[in-house]
Design a protein around this ligand. Structure first.
Ligand SMILES: Nc1ncnc2c1ncn2[C@@H]1O[C@H](COP(=O)(O)OP(=O)(O)OP(=O)(O)O)[C@@H](O)[C@H]1O
Ligand SMILES: [Mg+2]
Length: 227
C-alpha cells in the first residue's frame, strides 16, 4: 500500500541579508515526510536544520517554494489558517524547552489542548504528564524542575494533542547522555503509540541511526540516505 505523504516541500529557498551580501541558507530544498515515519535531519552547524524545521512548522517564512502539509500549501495560508492547522496537526519540541515560566507544568501542557478545542483538558494533560514520568510534578513551575524534567514537560506539551507530525529540534542537546537516551526512548515510544511521524534534528549519529531515514543538509541542499 502506498504511504500517505504528510509533508512535501518543493524548491524551498531561504536567505538572510548580511553585511557581506545575501546568505543563501536553503537552496531549492525538496523534503518529504510520510505517515508513520521517523526522519533524522542532520548536517553541520549552520547548515539550516533549525531554519528548515521552523519553516515546516510555519514559524518562519520562506523566500520561495511551497510547503504542502496534510494537503495544504502552508505558504499560502493566512496567519489564522496557519495557526489552525498547526494547533491541530503539529507538535514542536524546541531545543531550549520554551516553557512558560509563570505557570505550572500542568498548565503548560493544558495550553495546546485548549487551543485545539479538546474536552477533558485537565485529564488528558495529567495522563500525558504521567506517561512522561511527571505525575508527581504537576504543580511545579518550570524553575522548580530539572533540565530533563523541563524537556519532558516540553515533550508532553507537544504530544498532548496526539499530533500527526512531531518536529523536534535537538531535543536532548542540553541533557546528560543517560537522561537524553531516556527522553529519546520516550519520544519514539509515544510516536509509535500515537502513530505520528517524527522529524528530529540531531548531531548524534546514534540517534540518527534510530530513524528510518536520514536527510542531510549541506550547502543549502538535501542529501538522502536510507537505512
Ligand atoms: N534571523 C536570522 N538572520 C540572519 N541569519 C540567520 C538567521 N537565522 C539563522 N541565520 C543563519 O542561518 C544559518 C543556519 O542557521 P540554523 O540555525 O538553521 O542552523 P543549524 O543547522 O540549525 O545549526 P546548529 O546545528 O548549530 O543548530 C546560520 O548560519 C545562521 O547564522
Ligand atoms: Mg539548530
Amino acid at each position: 500500500m502506498k504511504k500517505k505523504i504528510l509533508i512535501q516541500t518543493d524548491n524551498l529557498c531561504l536567505s538572510f541579508p548580511s553585511a557581506s551580501g545575501k546568505l543563501q541558507i536553503l537552496n531549492s530544498v525538496n523534503f518529504s515526510l510520510y505517515e508513520n515515519e521517523t526522519v533524522a535531519l542532520v548536517g553541520p552547524s549552520g547548515s539550516g536544520k533549525s531554519s528548515l524545521l521552523m519553516l515546516l512548522g510555519g514559524l518562519e517564512e520562506s523566500d520561495t517554494g511551497s510547503i504542502m502539509i496534510a494537503g495544504q500549501d502552508i505558504t499560502k495560508l493566512s496567519e489564522d489558517g496557519l495557526a489552525n492547522l498547526r494547533k491541530k496537526t503539529m507538535g514542536i519540541v524546541f531545543q531550549s524547552f520554551h516553557l512558560i515560566p509563570t505557570i505550572t507544568a500542568l498548565d503548560n501542557v493544558c495550553i495546546p489542548l485548549e487551543l485545539a478545542g479538546h474536552s477533558n483538558i485537565k485529564n488528558r494533560a495529567i495522563e500525558i504528564l504521567t506517561e512522561v514520568g511527571l505525575g508527581n510534578r504537576l504543580n511545579h513551575f518550570p524553575s522548580q524542575l530539572s533540565g530533563g524534567e523541563q524537556q519532558r514537560v516540553a515533550i508532553a506539551r507537544a504530544l498532548a494533542i496526539k499530533p500527526l507530525i512531531i518536529l523536534a529540534d535537538e531535543p536532548t542537546g542540553n541533557l546528560d547522555q543517560k537522561t537524553g537516551s531516556k527522553i529519546i526512548e520516550l519520544l519514539f515510544k509515544l510516536n509509535t503509540k500515537n502513530k505520528s511521524s517524527l522529524v528530529i534534528v540531531t548531531h548524534s549519529t546514534d540517534l540518527a541511526n534510530k530513524c528510518q531515514r536520514q536527510v542531510k543538509l549541506e550547502n543549502g541542499k538535501t542529501n538522502e540516505s536510507k537505512r
